[in-house]
Every structure is written in C-alpha cells, then in structure tokens.
Design a protein around this ligand. Structure first.
Ligand SMILES: [Zn+2]
Length: 320
C-alpha cells in the first residue's frame, strides 16, 4: 500500500509534544492521480504538499473524529488551495488556479497579492447532524503588525496562538517526492499545577522549555526535512533531550468522491440544465478535482436521475 508515516513524541517531564510526518508514496499517488486531469504548477504542488503535511500534524494533535479541512482562500492566481485530513490519517488535496504561476512564486505571489487572503481551518465531525455547522476558525495571512506572512508555517503558528492559545513551532517542506513537516507544541498545563483558568495564558511565549525546543526545531532545514529519515532528524535536533516516542501511524491518500454524490450534485443543478448538456454533448462528464476520477452520465442515466419527475414545468417540456 502507498503509505507515509506520522511519528508522535513527548519530551519527558516537559510540557512539550511533537510530531513528525513524512508523506512519500501516498503523496506521489495524490499528485499522479490529479495529474490525470491536469497537473498544477510546481509551486502550487509544493504548497498543497505543505498543507497536507500541516493538516496531518494538526489532526494528530487534537482528539477529534472527523475531517480537518485546511483552506487558503486567495486573491492571487491561486483562488483556493485545500487539504483534507481525516482522523484515520487519510488525506486528499486540490487547488483552484486561475492565472499564471511563476516558477519561483511564494505564498504571497500565489494567494495573497492584494493582502486579502484568508486561511480557514474547519473541523467537521463525522457524526455531525445534517443542518448543523462545522467548527471553523479563520485568520488573515498577516501578523499582528499587519506584515504579510510569507510561509504557510507562519500562518498556522499564528493561527494556533490566536485561536488556541498554543505556542507552536512548525517546519514544512514539500516537493514532488515528499511532503513533510515537524510540529512542536507547548501543551496547556493541567491538573494541580494549573489552578486558575487564566494561569496558562501567562505561559504563552514564556515557557523556557518550549522556547529552547522550538529554537532547536527551527534549525531544521527544508532540505533536511525532505531527505533525512525520522531517526536522523530527531537525533540531529534533540540529542540532548529525553524523548518518549510512540508507535508510528500510517498515512494514505484517499478520496471520498462517489458516483452517488456527483449524481446528487447534478440533480441539484436541475433537470433543464443537465438535459441541455446531454443534448449538446451526449454525455455529462464530471471530474473530481481531488483525485481526477471521471464520472460520466448519458441520456439514460440522466433520465433515471430525474425519475420520478421532479420538474414538469412547461418550459422543460417544450425544450428541444
Ligand atoms: Zn475524488
């Protein structure tokens, strides 16, 4: 099976936890499938890889059964970039690109040209009742001094601090082979040491153990993250620390699209619309933006789709 690995660890006796993720064969599978309906430019692929790795790290640090959806709503050539990671560490990712992307384009040139981009993090529980809202947090792509943030890692660190009051250090990197990330996070104090609800806030930015470990983490280069195995990375960064490591978990690519869902989406567009497409092209073809799978519906399928008839308006009957 095409899988990657997620490694979680704790710093013994310190209020700091970490996770290291490395998507490999599963990431290449995601890129390959998407390429069947049109590959994205290299900088967009790298951004999607970083988002997938970041989504894994965030999903692994919360107790939650459902999908974590990371979205960048851009005002540049990349209008939207999405990574979805489910609790079983399966993921999918896509983007909507409307303009040219330079080979050396960074986050700002891709999504935040006018400074209006937003990063949204949605937690969609598996057992969410129909009609209820999923939890969503949204942050802009600039810091407290309104300076644009040039890297996805900074955007998410800022998000974790603003919305979750959690000091976080993230290192992310992706190319066409590997999508990888390191997360270091200060754990909120709990139990007898944390007497008042507000006490923990005093720790933000000032926990010495976290700051030391985050500084070590920051020395990890993108090149090292992409090329070294997890043992080498953890030894290189934290050889002086006491790590408690957990059993690694597998990550994999998986898309939740289905013919049924596309069918329902087409019904939502209305009979007239769908029949006019079939009249013109004989087929309605819908490709999944995540995995490239093509769903085709011919006149017979479309007839079945709208049986029993849901729309008998005169305008429909008089159409050619
Ligand atoms: Zn799909």
């Amino acid at each position: 099976m095409n899988t990657g690995l997620l490694h979680k660890f704790l710093f013994d006796g310190l209020p700091v936890r970490g996770a290291l993720v490395r998507l490999g064969p599963d990431w290449r599978e995601a890129l390959q499938r998407r390429a069947s309906v049109g590959a994205f430019a290299p900088p967009v692929r790298a951004l999607m890889g970083e988002m997938a790795a970041a989504g894994m790290l965030m999903q692994s640090s919360i107790k939650f059964d459902g999908a974590l959806i990371l979205q960048l709503h851009g005002d540049g050539p990349v209008r939207l970039a999405v990574a979805e990671v489910r609790s079983d560490l399966s993921f999918r990712t896509t983007a909507k690109v409307t303009g040219e992307i330079a080979d050396d384009a960074g986050l700002v040139q891709m999504v935040n040209v006018g400074g209006d981009a937003r990063c949204a993090i949605t937690l969609d529980p598996r057992d969410r009742a129909p009609g209820t809202q999923a939890y969503q947090g949204v942050v802009p792509l600039y810091d407290d001094l309104r300076q644009p943030l040039g890297a996805l890692s900074s955007v998410l660190e800022h998000y974790m601090l603003q919305s979750e009051q959690l000091d976080t250090k993230l290192v992310l990197a992706a190319n066409d082979e590997v999508a990888a990330g390191l997360l270091l996070q200060r754990m909120p104090l709990s139990g007898t040491g944390n007497l008042g609800g507000g006490r923990d806030e005093d720790q933000i930015g000032s926990n010495e153990d976290f700051n030391r470990i985050a500084m070590l983490g920051a020395t990890l280069t993108r090149e090292e993250l992409l090329t070294l195995d997890e043992d080498s990375i953890l030894r290189r960064l934290f050889w002086e620390e006491q790590l408690r490591r957990f059993e690694p978990q597998r990550t994999r690519f998986s898309c939740s699209c289905s013919r049924d869902r596309v069918n329902n989406m087409l019904i939502g567009l209305g009979r007239e619309e769908i029949e006019s497409i079939v009249a013109e092209r004989e087929l309605v073809e819908v490709g999944c933006d995540f995995c490239g799978q093509q769903f085709r519906f011919d006149a017979v399928d479309v007839g079945r789709m709208f049986t029993p008839p849901v729309d008998l308006a005169p305008s429909t009957r008089t159409r050619q």
